[in-house]
Design a protein around this ligand. Sequence first.
Ligand code: PLP
Ligand code: ZN
Length: 402
Amino acid sequence: MDRFYLRCTRCHTKRKFELTGRCACGGTLLVHYDLEQVAHTLSRDALNSRIASMWRYRELLPLASYESIVTLGEGWTPLIRLPRLERRLDLSEVHVKREEQNPTGSFKARGFSSTISMLHEYGITRVAVPSNGNAASAMAAYAARAGMEAYVIVPRDCPGIIMEECRRYGASTFQVNGLIHDAGAIIEQGKAEQGWFHAGTMKEPGRVEGKKTMGLEVAEQLDWKLPDVIIYPTGGGSGIVGLWKAFRELGELGWLADRRLPRLVSVQEAGCAPLVSALRDGGSVRPVPEPVTSSPTGLRVPNPPDGDLIASILRESEGTAVEVTTVEIARAQRQFGFEGLSSSSESAATLAALLQLRESGWIAAGESVVLFHTSHADKYLNWKPSPAPPVVSSYAELRQWL
Ligand SMILES: *Cc1c(COP(=O)(O)O)cnc(C)c1O
Ligand SMILES: [Zn+2]
């Protein structure tokens, strides 16, 4: 048997690994590993002598050859404790996973180290991604490293510094007159003519695998004892899928002290909180109607590509989804500042959610919590690139620039 293959989350059909994220039934294709085979070369003890990057878990990433790895030193980020907050909230442990220390300043680096490595292995040379910003700059950096051509499309209110970053990595950079899904539609239209590989959320199986290493690291850094609660700022949701997958695989490998999943909490911003509505109303995830009023951050994904999968994971873990306001986020940003952490609003949203959930009693006294600090505040400085990347409303307009 191959070391890894794909399986559909809906119809459970298994198939050979390929560069697709979607099953004919509409389900999401996720990578599965022959964990018995993995256990021959990977053990908990062997990890001690491994490289301090996410590639320490290479047996649990979908590459046929490790020669294909495209790396900028991503992962193995610090997990730090906040003792003052623990005392104030009467919690046993509050940890912050410092994902802003990744290359390109966000955890998106993990997903693209894995995806670009995989595409590199398959000989892909042109990649395109719709993004709110951080996925665009991460993809641009890894594509540059692999010698691929990158095309990125972000909303017009994407932070200028991120657009400039994309250009410096050599990506053809565009602003869409619309939101992230409008950018995705343009890539779908142009991909055949341009020979683009569409690397958007859930379009291929590599990104979730890269994000999975966040969960593997938290487990290893906590000596294989998972926390009671993990709070994650959620947009497209592949981060949540990655964490869930990490804990399942570690459980099957027999490495965890206790196989019970942490309660996974998605935090979203008021104005664009499709998961919060679905969990509250009990149904499936419905797109947020326009106009979408929340801030231009990684959390603004009004129509997540497989929202129902995310919702089912939150329910399975007995977790929840909470929304926080821009005012709560700003307050949490200041509190993180007093701890020495410079936080983007996505990162600060996790602390705002912790305060809400502790206040309501959903998180009880004495519990342990991990917050995901997904990107650096500097990414959102009010700075304008000059000249600005072209603004497009359709593929026909974008095509004139190529
Ligand atoms: C993309 C992004 C998120 C959302 O992550 P998903 O895995 O897409 O849900 C959160 N925070 C930051 C900083 C991001 O860039
Ligand atoms: Zn299927």
